[in-house]
Design a protein around this ligand. Structure first.
Ligand SMILES: [Zn+2]
Length: 213
């Protein structure tokens, strides 16, 4: 659950900071999570190796653009689930935060966006926190939802799941590559890229985003 842990940290930095440019001291993260300074330090090191945070010695950490995107997506899911829990399921205001903390990692983007529509695209969580807008390029679409015949350029891989990224790299279905959907089925998407036919299982196709040409 490295990914979940990483998201928690990025979300915490986003919540704790005064503004985008002010570093969050590591001591604040220690207090927030209740972990030892050593483990906070280690995690921050890992996050900066991934280019999700920038570490400023003696001052703390800020989010990179990439980290910012992940944190915003996390907060978006968290706050939308809070709205759903309180408004529709009548879960108490105080409990909703904790439950949303578990749902936010489990729900795929597609479900979150359906939830947003269902809830009438709310702008704030029940606690008053702003719900970040969808930061992704609104013109790209998930490969798993494209009809046969569609063609376009890969814009991004999201969410970035390490076990799936390897496979995607092997196929060469990386951002800016051009592909053509040959066949769309329940379990897989068949595409053509560089005269090569590739069968992409659904769980992988769901993380590939394409801007249609
Ligand atoms: Zn809230």
């Amino acid at each position: 659950m490295i990914q979940e842990r990483a998201e928690e940290y990025l979300g915490a930095i986003y919540r704790l900071r005064i503004d985008k440019l002010s570093p969050v001291p590591l001591s604040q993260l220690t207090d927030y999570f209740g972990f030892s300074p050593v483990s906070i330090h280690e995690m921050v090191k890992k996050l900066s190796q991934q280019d999700w945070v920038t570490y400023h010695p003696y001052h703390g950490v800020t989010l990179t653009n990439h980290g910012e995107e992940i944190a915003e997506a996390l907060l978006r899911r968290h706050r939308l689930w809070e709205r759903f829990l309180t408004d529709i399921l009548d879960v108490s205001w105080a409990e909703a935060h904790e439950i949303a903390g578990r749902l936010e990692h489990a729900a795929p983007e597609l479900v979150t966006e359906r939830l947003s529509e269902f809830m009438g695209m709310p702008e704030r969580c029940p606690h008053g926190g702003p719900i970040p807008p969808l930061t992704k390029n609104a013109t790209d679409q998930c490969l798993a939802s494209l009809p046969a015949g569609a063609q376009g350029y890969v814009t991004r891989i999201s969410p970035e799941l390490p076990e799936l990224l390897h496979q995607i790299q092997e196929w060469g279905v990386v951002p800016k590559s051009f592909l053509h959907v040959v066949h769309q089925e329940e379990a897989k998407t068949t595409i053509e890229r560089d005269d090569q036919i590739i069968h992409i299982p659904k769980n992988n196709a769901q993380t590939i985003w394409v801007k249609l040409r």
